[in-house]
Design a protein. Structure first.
Length: 320
């Protein structure tokens, strides 16, 4: 819309470059329309930055005036050296006023559905787990490379095929995405110490924007407890510092040719399914009962799952 009292109206009212590549040269014509009732002269001052430039003004007549209802033309050129955003302006001057004409360069930015925190969940210390995170680019075309935040702060700018950071390995580290492209990030988590762990990464875009990305995981150790023996909670530590009920199930004095039975309830205290097996091991003579049934059971414990086990001892021979 022409400004009130202005002699010249520009079409377009702002120059916006939306598609460009590094090293290219792009041009948009600007029409300087005389909306007044008198002829006027116009002067265009060039932009300050080296990325924008202008051509000479093309007048409708040789005398260099723009008659009422006619227009002159000036062409704006843009030569980017990156895919970042650019801002500048031209100054349009006439005999009665002066006003700026904005110059913008804005590529359609990418928009990733990838969360900022990638949670790899739980893993046993000494083991490893693989996670696959899928996402989509719902914005404009862009290229990314992923680097450790500490490496970026130290000035490193080289991408590697597989990024290793602490207990995590991530691939791929380079993404070339078109609009609506789907992609996947593969993360391997192999903790060597117990507790929560994380890695701080950066996704660096070719438009000079940076997106933070955090990998998190929690390492745990296997832990199975005896919840009860015949319905009685075990004593986890004896007063005299001896062997606790956590480690032994005492059948007491058992007569010959009888069967002693106790019900042991086990609890998996880890947040992960736990495979286990019963093993009959040789005990010291003072702890070894006269006769015992060997029992080996292969099974698995889900997180926080309780297992009820019947333990039987049959005494057949008296040892003197």
């Amino acid at each position: 819309m022409p400004r009130l009292g202005a002699l010249i109206f520009c079409k377009p009212e702002r120059v916006n470059f939306v598609e460009y590549e590094v090293g290219g040269v792009y041009e948009i014509p600007v029409m300087l329309c005389n909306t007044s009732d008198i002829s006027c002269r116009v002067r265009v001052l060039p932009p300050a930055s080296r990325y924008f430039s202008i051509s000479l003004i093309s007048y409708p007549a040789e005398h260099g005036c723009i008659a009422p209802g006619l227009n002159a033309e000036v062409r704006v050129r843009f030569s980017p050296d990156s895919l970042a955003d650019y801002d500048d302006f031209l100054m349009i001057q006439t005999e009665v006023d002066a006003f700026p004409l904005p110059l913008l360069a804005r590529r359609s930015p990418p928009c990733l559905t990838l969360p900022h925190v990638l949670d790899c969940g739980y893993c046993f210390v000494g083991g490893d787990g693989a996670c696959d995170f899928g996402a989509q680019n719902t914005g404009g075309a862009a290229r990314f490379f992923i680097v450790e935040k500490s490496a970026w702060d130290a000035g490193e700018r080289e991408a590697v095929p597989v990024l290793r950071s602490g207990a995590f390995e991530l691939s791929p580290t380079f993404l070339d995405l078109l609009p609506n492209d789907h992609f996947r990030l593969n993360v391997k988590y192999a903790p060597r110490g117990e507790g929560p762990q994380q890695a701080e990464l950066l996704m660096v875009c070719d438009n000079c924007q940076i997106r933070e990305l955090t990998l998190v995981g929690t390492a745990c150790v296997a832990s199975v407890q005896i919840e009860s023996v015949d319905g009685i909670p075990p004593i986890f530590a004896s007063a005299d510092g001896g062997i606790s009920a956590q480690e032994t199930v005492n059948f007491g004095d058992t007569p010959l040719n009888t069967v002693a039975e106790k019900v042991v309830r086990l609890l998996n205290t880890t947040p992960l399914p736990l495979r286990f097996e019963w093993r009959h091991l040789a005990l010291p003579l003072e702890l070894l009962p006269p006769t015992a049934l060997r029992t080996v059971c292969h099974t698995g414990l889900e997180p926080r799952l309780r297992v009820r086990v019947r333990v039987r001892v049959r005494v057949r021979v008296m040892v003197r």
